[in-house]
Design a protein around this ligand. Structure first.
Ligand SMILES: C[S@@+](CC[C@H](N)C(=O)[O-])C[C@H]1O[C@@H](n2cnc3c(N)ncnc32)[C@H](O)[C@@H]1O
Length: 362
């Protein structure tokens, strides 16, 4: 059967394909394949994997992953007594002869992260309707620290700045949801160069690395911003409405600098003088938490920061909280409200229960 005849909008199929494109471990993809096939990897499922994943793959970036995947996939089908498609055997044989065995854990790969937007038209959130696919050049073991907030609210009227942006995933998503200005910052030049490659891979125009060029709202601006050396004068020029940070609380020696940067960005914003630009009245009816709950502390005004963090070392995290308190920042844990567990359901290889999301305000 041709892949076109399958119901490729079926959630388990979307999850299977999305997991493959995100280079999830083969066992994860195979478990979705079994689910899609009603308990076994049928010929239809194989055909879908072949057409939607393997025949489209780019050997340069996905070769070692494909080889590992096919080995496990073929073994799974054979050991449960199924028939393996000829194309899968042939492809695996060609990789066996052309690809050297090597440990790919440290090499760079091209992953595709698919954001599956739920269909809320029927009144209940159930079925993935449309998707945004983000292509990222990154290390094999990249853990996405995205806040997950972008799926749930509409952000078109806000200026964003991210600190410690890494691969640039958040910036790409923000452009998609039509943020009015996006500034991605990182302290590492090679990370910034890779970030620009990723923005271009996703057809976004990127600004240069200079602070002078921050006013262009048609592009995603990439700026070098090491927290240690960022001056107050430089930081005041960003004036973002919303500051984002993902997986930036891990090195105790950087934390005093990170907290200083956050405090300055939160303090110096035109809204503090002019009244508040952030309108909290556009609540999303499908969400179980109003936008007002998330956006601000009732007594606070001005910009807001959101930090998503994997708490690997509780002492490091408590040190961050202590520094934040000393800088008079209000830190609120939003993890229960934003339901991280529902986010990117096909990524099963990372522990989302260890991700916490915090709102930070003055
Ligand atoms: C663990 S990565 C997270 C990247 C990205 N936010 C994500 O979630 O995928 C931490 C990022 O913070 C940046 N970073 C670490 N220390 C920094 C500092 N002192 N100044 C500026 N950026 C820093 C690193 O270069 C890196 O890109």
């Amino acid at each position: 059967m041709a892949a076109e005849e399958l119901d490729i909008e079926e959630p388990s199929c979307l999850h299977m394909v999305s997991a493959f494109l995100a280079m999830e471990p083969p066992d994860v993809v195979i478990s979705f394949a079994r689910e899609y096939g009603g308990g076994s990897v049928t010929e239809n499922v194989q055909s879908c994997i072949w057409h939607r994943c393997i025949s489209e793959a780019d050997l340069k970036w996905q070769g070692p992953y494909l080889k590992r995947f096919l080995k496990k996939f073929i073994h799974e089908i054979e050991s449960s007594g199924g028939l393996v498609m000829d194309e899968l055997y042939e492809e695996y044989a060609s990789y066996m002869s052309s690809l050297q065995d090597h440990d790919a854990r440290d090499s760079r790969v091209l992953k595709t992260i698919s954001f599956l937007f739920p269909d809320v038209s029927s009144g209940s959130i159930s079925y993935p309707r449309s998707k945004l696919e983000v292509r990222l050049q990154c290390s094999v073991n990249m853990l996405e620290g995205d806040t997950g907030l972008l799926n749930e609210w509409y952000w078109w009227n806000y200026d964003f700045q991210q600190v410690g942006s890494g691969v640039g995933l958040v910036g790409i998503c923000l452009s998609y949801v039509k943020a009015s200005k996006v500034i991605l910052t990182d302290g590492d030049f090679s990370t910034l160069a890779n970030m620009k490659v990723n923005l271009e891979l996703n057809h976004l125009i990127t600004g240069n690395h200079k602070l002078d060029n921050l006013i262009d709202s048609n592009m995603v601006n990439c700026v070098c911003l090491p927290w240690e050396s960022a001056s107050e004068e430089d930081l005041r020029r960003f004036a973002p409405d919303i500051i984002l940070g993902a997986d930036v609380i891990y090195d105790p020696s950087c934390l005093p600098h990170l907290v200083r940067v956050l405090a300055i960005l939160l303090k110096h914003h035109p809204s503090r003088a002019e009244g508040n630009k952030l309108d909290t009245s556009q609540g999303n009816e499908t969400s179980n938490v109003s936008r007002d709950d998330l956006l601000r502390h009732p007594s606070a005004k001005g910009p807001i920061a959101y930090i998503a963090s994997v708490i690997r070392n509780i002492d490091t995290f408590n040190y961050f909280l202590k520094l934040a308190e000393e800088a008079n920042l209000i830190v609120t844990d939003l993890t229960e409200k934003v339901q991280v567990s529902n986010f990117l359901p096909y990524l099963r290889s990372y522990q989302r229960c260890s991700i916490r999301i915090f709102r930070i305000q003055l």
